[in-house]
Design a binder for this molecule. Structure first.
Ligand code: CDP
Ligand code: MG
Length: 679
């Protein structure tokens, strides 16, 4: 991606839209925060008049599918209706969300509407954070968390109703959950246990497919509230959507009155942060325009930052939200009148050669684009500027391919096996993943020692190691590293490293202060690699007791370090529960790298004669990411945490390892892979 610092330079043209810009009307959205105002707002929602019918239908049905436009009130209202009418019969209602932020913000909103705060009747549960109480009845949770609960309780006995929200997103966890919840419902019926109701909620989606899968469940449609939206495509394909989005924004900004807010869809954190900076820089020189309030919005942004986009725009200002697809359906932002859509999205793509998921910017689907457009017409008529041509729109895929058909499945396969589903290939998936990806996941788990072949049969079964691995909410490779660390006597250290890897970057990396930050980080660097560098940071942080000004001076993100510490506490608890001895290796860090080598043996690369790296097993060329401590002095052999593809394929977060450690980890694997790479 190009740097967006200088729009207007180069030979670029203003994106030219097919329609002229319309005149701008004024618009207001009354909103208050008092309980009374909230009650009025609830009653004004499109879902309110339908509530009786909805409750009666859901009471009667075992499974139902509720379809309604974003903002109609599905997520916040239906759980409350069901609770008020006691459809849940005293048990807990689980409402799953694909995204952590949505689970948290929606729970807070619903608690507020019920005159309380999250952590009482209304609670939420996301990875590494459980804000529920014994009296919690509405439990908002990520689909990943419900899946983890299903390992211990496959029949989900604590719940009377499971609401699978944002089903159209089809994340890997949602898809697995579909099958798990459906099996639980059937099993409870067969064994005479209380009914498990399934309510699937979604914006627009392939309704027939869903209904058929859930035993021909009836579909309940909600009247949406949708004002007319004018859609405009560019006339010519744009070579740089980031640049085009800025030009379009400032065209709007020069003409539209204050209070008419703009939502821009881009693809990822770095791009969004850079766009936000450019917008702020460019707006500084403008006179006669409303003041801008610019907010980034992406999943990795800490929740207290994300929540800022919900605030009412200040008088005389214009709000600009620059978001990923997170703002497509799961979050409602007030005041949006204009949508600028890049037509692009960052998606996980399975990289069969490394077995890793690669994040890549790809064209969005038509379904996504339509959702984005809809965001402009929630409160008043709106306009959507598409930075792609009508022909490009028509060439887009109609629906997004479900994640389960394009991601590494090792983690979910391990979870299914831990739930006692031994034949994953015949699991009742709504869309079956390719058998090759299931087999690749099974092979990976066998190599990690989580599964083994049963004597005299082809069936695989969970080993005691696999059972232990499934207890950690981590990628199986890192669960393995933790188990190994116990044997190698460096569990304390490995817990610190894995915790930091589980949160967003702790190294502050703003482009303005890159030089100073780099200098400050110098002292943490290690010739052994980035994992040991992370350990050094953790140790230094502990030594100053998490002192905030120390973090500031050292360009360390205090908030993320704090989160890492909480994650560490929870991982440590799991270790203690599993009766693992918690030992430390002190200053002798070789053992740590050995654990990493054995757990990450599939992500290994060696230096070749031409100075580039080759992955050990598949002989693909990869490079060390410039942010790594090993960028200057290239070692002979490394393991990496992830691959990032931009102009080249980069390995990120690496450690120096001895090739012999890798061979010891999986001799048969390397012999076989080498043989197939040569032929
Ligand atoms: O789930 P659905 O998209 O149908 O709607 P919802 O999330 O239940 O939101 C219904 C309404 O509640 C939105 O239109 C917002 O006005 C409001 N809401 C809010 O103000 N703040 C939140 N965090 C969530 C919802
Ligand atoms: Mg919703």
């Amino acid at each position: 991606m190009k740097d967006a610092d200088e729009p207007g330079s180069a030979k670029k043209h203003k994106p030219n839209f097919h329609h002229s810009f319309p005149a701008h009307g004024s618009q207001s959205s009354p909103r208050g925060n008092t309980f009374d105002a909230l009650r009025k707002a609830k009653q004004a929602l499109p879902i309110f008049p339908a509530r009786r019918t909805l409750i009666n239908q859901i009471r009667r049905l075992a499974s139902a599918i509720v379809i309604g436009e974003t903002g109609s009130g599905k997520t916040t209202q239906i759980p409350q209706y069901l609770l008020e009418s006691e459809v849940n019969k005293g048990s807990i209602i689980a409402i799953t969300q694909p995204r952590r932020v949505a689970a948290i913000t929606v729970a807070q909103r619903v608690a507020q509407e019920m005159g309380s705060t999250a952590g009482g009747i209304v609670g939420y549960c996301v990875r590494f954070e459980d804000v529920t109480a014994p009296n919690t009845k509405l439990k908002f949770m990520t689909d990943g968390m419900l899946l983890r609960e299903a390992i211990l309780d496959p029949n989900l006995t604590r719940y009377s109703i499971v609401m699978l929200d944002e089903a159209h997103e089809r994340t890997i966890h949602t898809d697995v959950l579909f099958g798990v919840v459906k099996a639980a419902q059937r099993h409870r019926l067969k064994t005479g246990q209380p009914q498990l109701k399934i309510v699937v909620m979604s914006a627009t989606m392939d309704v027939d497919h869903f209904s058929k899968y859930f035993n021909n469940a009836p579909v309940l449609y909600l009247e949406g509230r949708q004002f007319p939206i004018q859609v405009m495509h560019v006339k010519e394909p744009q070579s740089d959507y980031l640049f085009a989005s800025l030009v379009t924004l400032f065209q709007i900004h020069k003409e539209a009155p204050a209070g008419e807010d703009v939502l821009i869809f881009l693809t990822g954190q770095e791009e969004i942060d850079s766009a936000v900076r450019s917008i702020l820089d460019l707006s500084r020189d403008l006179n006669d325009c409303p003041k801008l309030q610019v907010f980034p919005l992406y999943a990795a942004l800490p929740s207290h930052e994300q929540i800022k986009v919900f605030n009412k725009t200040l008088p005389g200002h214009r709000k600009v939200v620059v978001a990923t697809n997170i703002a497509e359906t799961s979050i409602t932002i007030h005041g949006i009148k204009y949508v600028i859509d890049s037509g692009m999205v960052k998606a996980k793509v399975y990289h069969p050669l490394s077995g890793l998921d690669l994040l890549k910017v790809v064209t969005a689907s038509r379904a996504q684009v339509l959702q984005r457009t809809g965001r402009a017409g929630r409160e008043a008529p709106g306009i959507c500027y598409r930075l792609f041509t009508e022909a490009q729109f028509k060439a887009m895929d109609v629906n997004t391919v479900p994640e389960i058909q394009r991601c590494n499945l090792a983690s979910v396969v391990l979870q299914l096996m831990a739930m006692g589903i031994s034949n994953v290939l015949s699991f009742d998936f709504m869309n079956k993943p390719a058998p090759e990806s299931i087999n690749a996941a099974l092979e990976e788990l066998v190599l990690l020692g989580a599964l083994e072949r049963q004597p005299d049969s082809e069936m695989l079964k969970l080993t005691p190691v696999g059972k232990q691995m499934a207890a950690f909410p981590l990628d199986p490779r890192f669960s393995k590293v933790i188990l190994l660390a116990k044997d190698f006597g460096c569990l304390e250290e490995v817990l610190s490293i894995v915790s930091i890897l589980s949160v967003d970057s702790v190294l502050l990396n703003s482009s303005k202060k890159r030089l100073q930050a780099g200098q400050a980080h110098e002292k943490f660097k290690s010739s052994e690699g980035d994992h040991i560098m992370l350990l050094n940071i953790y140790r230094a942080y502990k030594q100053v007791n998490g002192n905030k000004s120390w973090c500031y001076e050292n360009y360390i993100v205090a908030r993320n370090m704090n989160t890492a510490q909480q994650v560490r506490r929870q991982l440590r608890e799991i270790c203690v529960r599993q009766q693992m001895e918690i030992s430390s290796c002190g200053r002798e860090t070789t053992a740590i790298r050995r654990c990493l080598a054995v757990g990450l043996f599939m992500n290994a690369a060696e230096l070749s004669k031409d100075g580039e790296f080759m992955t050990l097993t598949t002989r693909k060329q990869v490079s060390i990411h410039p942010s790594s401590c090993l960028f200057q002095n290239k070692p002979a052999c490394v393991v990496y945490t992830e691959l990032v593809k931009t102009s080249k394929t980069y390995m990120r977060t690496l450690s120096v390892v001895d090739p012999d450690w890798l061979m010891e980890a999986a001799p048969a694997y390397f012999r076989r892979k080498r043989a197939s790479a040569i032929t």
